[in-house]
Design a binder for this molecule. Structure first.
Ligand SMILES: [Zn+2]
Length: 541
């Protein structure tokens, strides 16, 4: 008999068999029992937390002839057909591999036909954030007026990448990481089922390294079972080797100590274990970003980064050993390496070169100091130009041309600028730069680093817009951070202004703009001649 992977063997077929996620499971059961099924569900959460399993169970439950407390019975014709995957009423699609608009259109073309056997036609779209813009727009059209027999279950690890128009039409469920205790319990059952002894410590190590994902935990247990009779902590540790978070911590520590020899040894270990340099560069860049967030918002990591309390403490501990500038420049370095590794003839050499560069602190700090000096000079020049424009002085008297002596006091504590200076029409660029300088001078240095990683896109009607990476965005959007930025900007502008951060390309558009954009995307996707625009859609046949 062919071997079935543990995570398939232990994939739950009913809500009762699922591990964790108690609250949302109860909500889903209630929907099935009451018959109030939504047209679109959005299942969010990190990998292996049960999104796809729950989607499959829900798809069977809404079609089951005799559901029991919201669970599919597993016995009726519909349940059996769906378990054998013989029915066309449940359509699964992985957006990561089918993201083209053609496939989405084929799928949506068939939406109007009623289900073959059951009550509902259920579309499960995995990794839905990977859809192209045109595919999203096609999906949106269907979500706006879904036929009565259709249910969409969209699953994603990255809900922030979804357009707001899609989000607003879905009932959202957030799948949290599964607590280690619960994972260990299931691992124990699986090990017993396979007739293997396992040390408690070994199972806990597996659960911790899976970071709340059941699928990863079971895959690791599978690997252990393949290796030996008894599952010991030593076995797990040697199997995890370079693939777990501990390796990232060790590597970062070596960078912190500027220990080039240790760095090279670790890369050697990494290569021997068969890991991809590009994956490692990505992991490092994410790890360094987490450290930067740890510096900016200590004590709030579990919520911001979706990590366990233990992991948060470890991140904060390591973050303490670096300056923001250093973390920032190392993060940029590994992010850049990820791109260049794609084209490198020897990925190992490219990774080693980047790692050695990350080891050298001096160069980076010189650059940072230089950048700060340039910013200061720019500010001085601007102030002088403004004074000149405002007619503050006509002939440069020596005492006045000298730039103000810098005080150690943070710039945020300075009194608001007098009106005369700001009325001179300071550009929004100037106001932004001054705010950044104030942050950097001590108002909030990590916040400055994060804003630097994104882009200031300009100001319109007193709204300053900035775009950036989703994790930094979560920090920047925090009320006190946003308030600080707005206060500094308002001081600089001499009038109250607001600050609006967003993800790249997600700047809010007016209804008219987005409609026009959608139309042009549809025309681009289907060809202008194939598009018939009607005021109202015809009713579902
Ligand atoms: Zn059934």
């Amino acid at each position: 008999m062919a071997y079935t992977a543990l995570y398939r063997q232990w994939r739950p077929t009913t809500f009762s068999e699922m591990v964790g996620q108690e609250h949302l499971i109860t909500a889903l059961r209630n929907q099935v029992t009451s018959g109030r099924i939504a047209h679109a569900y959005l299942f969010c959460g990190s990998r292996g937390t049960g999104k796809t399993s729950a989607a499959k169970i829900l798809a069977r439950a809404v079609n089951c002839e005799r559901p029991e407390n919201g669970d599919p019975c597993g016995e009726c014709d519909s349940c059996r057909r769906l378990l054998r995957e013989e029915s066309l009423d449940v359509i699964e699609m992985d957006a990561a591999s089918n993201s083209t608009v053609d496939q989405m259109r084929d799928l949506l073309d068939n939406v109007i036909y009623p289900p073959q056997y059951g009550k509902y036609k259920v579309y499960i779209v995995d990794e839905v954030h990977m859809l192209s813009n045109s595919a999203f727009n096609a999906l949106l059209k269907t979500l706006e007026e879904p036929p009565a027999h259709v249910v969409f279950i969209l699953a994603t690890t990255d809900p922030q990448k979804l357009p707001a128009t899609i989000l607003s039409r879905c009932q959202r469920y957030d799948f949290g990481r599964i607590p280690a205790d619960q994972i260990v319990q299931r691992l124990r059952e699986a090990a017993d089922g396979a007739g293997r002894q396992a040390e408690d410590k070994a199972l806990y190590r597996i659960a911790r390294s899976a970071e709340g994902g059941m699928r990863d935990a079971l895959s690791l247990l599978d690997m252990c079972i393949g290796y030996g009779e008894e599952i010991t902590d030593d076995l797990v540790r040697s199997l995890l080797g370079t693939s777990d978070a501990a390796f990232l911590f060790r590597f970062t520590e070596a960078l912190g100590e500027e220990d080039a020899a240790a760095v090279m040894r670790l890369i050697d270990e990494l290569m021997r274990s068969g890991r991809e340099p590009i994956v490692f560069a990505r992991d490092m860049s994410e790890h360094l970003r987490s450290l930067l967030v740890a510096k900016a918002c200590p004590g709030e990591l579990p919520a911001l980064l979706d990590v366990t309390e233990d992991a948060a403490r470890e991140l904060e501990g390591q973050a303490d050993r670096f300056t923001e500038t250093r973390l920032m420049s190392m993060q940029e370095l590994f992010m850049g390496t990820e791109t260049s590794l794609r084209y490198a003839s020897s990925p190992r050499n490219a990774l080693e070169a980047a790692a050695l560069k990350a080891c050298l602190r001096t160069g980076e700090e010189d650059t940072a100091a230089l950048r700060q000096r340039v910013e200061e000079l720019e500010q001085t020049v601007r102030r002088l130009t403004e004074q000149l424009a405002a007619g503050a002085w006509s002939a440069p008297a020596p005492a006045q041309t000298k730039p103000e002596k810098k005080t150690a006091e943070p710039a945020t504590k300075a009194a608001p600028r007098p009106k005369e200076q700001t009325a001179g029409g300071r550009s929004s660029d100037t106001v932004w730069k001054d705010m950044m300088i104030a942050l950097r001078r001590g108002a909030d240095i990590p916040l400055h680093a994060m804003l630097t990683s994104g882009k200031f896109i300009g100001c319109r009607d007193g709204v300053y817009r900035w775009e950036g990476d989703k994790v930094y965005l979560a920090v920047v959007q925090k009320q006190e951070k946003q308030a600080l930025i707005e206060r500094l900007l308002s001081e600089g502008a001499g009038a109250p202004v607001t600050f609006e951060p967003s993800l790249p390309g997600q700047e809010k558009k007016t209804a008219g703009e987005s409609e026009k954009e959608m139309l042009s995307q549809l025309q681009e996707a289907f060809g202008r001649e194939n598009l018939l625009i009607q005021e109202e859609l015809p009713g579902e046949g």
